[in-house]
Design a protein around this ligand. Structure first.
Ligand code: ATP
Ligand code: MG
Length: 131
């Protein structure tokens, strides 16, 4: 997912370009505005964390670009491509280093396991929106 900060900044095209050039194939893609309920559900695993309310507010502050990406070992490869959660700790050239402004407003989301990736794909896309 490209988060609202990066969509707002007009960086969606550059981010998708870096993803595609890094060997990922786009299997689904759309621009959507999350409701509060949807953002709360998407980040439910963080509901006890002190930043949860702020995170939900941020994630509903504007549209996001949702995508399904395919590559060998995609979860790990994509997390390497995006870099650390906090852009200050992200490696040079990673998407978060290039486009993120803070630990919360960190430009992109990535699934953390194959199992969660499948759940998150179904959260955003129905069967005829996926190729
Ligand atoms: P994501 O799940 O969005 O790909 P991540 O797996 O790198 O990011 P998580 O620990 O899952 O990081 O946190 C989810 C999101 O919550 C982060 O991407 C960030 O937007 C926000 N977040 C995480 N830690 C903090 C924090 N300490 N303060 C504010 N926001 C935070
Ligand atoms: Mg995460």
């Amino acid at each position: 997912m490209i988060k609202p900060d990066a969509v707002r900044a007009g960086d969606s095209g550059l981010i998708l370009d870096q993803i595609i050039r890094s060997g990922f194939e786009i299997k689904a893609l759309k621009l959507v505005q999350l409701s509060q309920k949807e953002a709360e559900a998407f980040y439910a695993v963080h509901c006890e964390r002190p930043f949860y309310g702020s995170l939900v507010e941020f994630m509903t502050s504007g549209p996001v670009v949702a995508a399904i990406l395919e590559k060998e070992n995609a979860v790990e490869a994509y997390r390497t491509l995006i870099g650390s959660t906090n852009p200050e700790n992200a490696a040079e050239g990673t998407i978060r280093k290039r486009f993120a402004s803070s630990i919360q407003n960190n430009a992109v989301h990535g699934s953390d396991s194959d199992e969660n990736a499948e759940i998150e794909c179904s959260f955003f896309f129905n069967h005829f929106e996926r190729v």
